[in-house]
Design a protein. Structure first.
Length: 107
């Protein structure tokens, strides 16, 4: 398990333990975090799991694949340099304490 903090759009921080190997999206949905819908179930086809990874640590993550970059073009909230699709980021122990901010809309 790895501790991840999700900061909901209205500012509430929710810290949860996410199973290693799960995605950031799965960790949010399983714990009732508001702001990640994950409508396609993690197949990189809906962009309703858009999130902003802590800028100080975005470089620690593997870069997005082309299909993720394409889907981010369709995200409802503004895309930023630290935008990711939460379903495409797998959690592992080195990510402990990562902070993920959620946008104010996903559709
Ligand atoms: S859950 Fe659909 S793109 Fe991530």
């Amino acid at each position: 398990m790895t501790t991840i903090t999700y900061v909901e759009a209205h500012g509430q921080a929710v810290t949860v333990d996410v199973a290693d190997g799960w995605s950031l999206m799965q960790g949010a949905v399983a714990n009732g975090v508001e702001g990640i819908l994950g409508e396609c179930g993690g197949s990189c086809a809906c962009a309703t799991c858009h999130c902003y990874v802590d800028e100080a640590r975005i470089g620690e993550l593997p870069p997005p694949a082309n299909n993720e970059l394409d889907m981010l073009e369709d995200a409802a909230a503004p895309r930023r340099s630290n935008s990711r699709l939460a379903c495409q980021v797998k959690v592992h122990s080195a990510m402990a304490g990562l902070i993920v901010h959620l946008p104010d809309r996903q559709q």
